[in-house]
Structures are given as C-alpha cells and as structure tokens.
Write a protein that binds this ligand. Sequence first.
Ligand SMILES: [Zn+2]
Length: 201
Amino acid sequence: MESRQENNGQEKSREDADDIRYMKEAVRQAKKAYALGETPIGCVIVHEGKIIGRGYNRRNTDKSPLAHAEISAIKKAAKKLGDWRIEECTLYVTLEPCQMCAGAIVQARIPRVVIGCMNPKAGCAGSIVNLLQMERFNHQADVKRGVLEEECSQMMKQFFRELRERKKTKKTCIALRTWPTDVTPAVNSAQAPSRHPEGSA
Ligand SMILES: [Zn+2]
C-alpha cells in the first residue's frame, strides 16, 4: 500500500517535471509570435515523449482568424500521426484556449490539456465556459491549469504594456508631425489586436 503511494508520488512528480519542460517549449513558441509583434501565445503537442506539433499565434501575419497557436499545432500533429484523432497526446498552451481552439481540441479527441495562464475575458477552458469538459459532448479532456503561470502571464502583460507605449508614441508623433527613426508605424501598432486587448487568441 505504502509503496504504491510512493510510486504514485514519483509518477506525479515526473509528470509535473515533464509538464514544466514542455510548457517551456510552448513559451519558446510564444516568443516567436512576440518577435513578430503578435500576441505571444504558443503551443506544443506531445506524443510518447516527443513533440509532434508546434504552433504560435500568427493572426496578423497570416491575416487569418484561424491562425491560432493551437490550430497550427493540431494540424501538424494530425499530419504527423496520419489521423484526425490526436489520441494519447498532451497539448500544452501558454494561454487558456478560445472557443475555436477548445472546439478543435474536442474534435481532435485530445485527452489532456495543460494551460499556462488563464484568459478571463475570452478563455473557454473554465473562464467563460469550459468546452473541454462538458459532459454532453462526446469527449472530455483532463485539464491542468497554472503551469509556469507567472512566466506566461508576465509575457502577455509585457507585450500589452509595450503595445500601449508604442501607440502612445505614435499618437505623440502624429500630433507633433515628427517621426523618430526607431518607431515603425505600420507594423505592430496599426496591426496589433485592439478589440480584445487581453488577447483572444
Ligand atoms: Zn484560439
């Protein structure tokens, strides 16, 4: 009895360590979005200890409302497995999925989802609704929340802080009819998400 508990404990801590390791990979993906001036959201899908799908938010870059991190990672993972079902996998995402991505996770039958930080204004894995665990759907996922939460949420906060600063600088420049060389007006500020400032991707 005692040894089984011990084994469970060891398994649990190994799982926790893996979750942190793969969430770091998702953060790495999110940073690619950040570098493009996109809301920093990243995702990886892991199958038998291997990453089989990676993705990051490219909504503005691709001019597509479908270009979310999770959708991109799901497409790649499905291709790799040669099946629309992505079973026996864990999906790691830095921000709570939106309704589209939560829907895709259910459609793909992904059994386990690990989330960095929550998205109170648009999240559909517990914030607004919990599409991942609705009993009336034919599939429910196990959900773990708050892995590298601080790092994921700080990354979002920093992104939006910089975005606000850039917008302010741009306004000042327009008012003064000057344009400093270190400010690029077209990228980042004009195309950045404005309707959902906390990120709905
Ligand atoms: Zn999404």
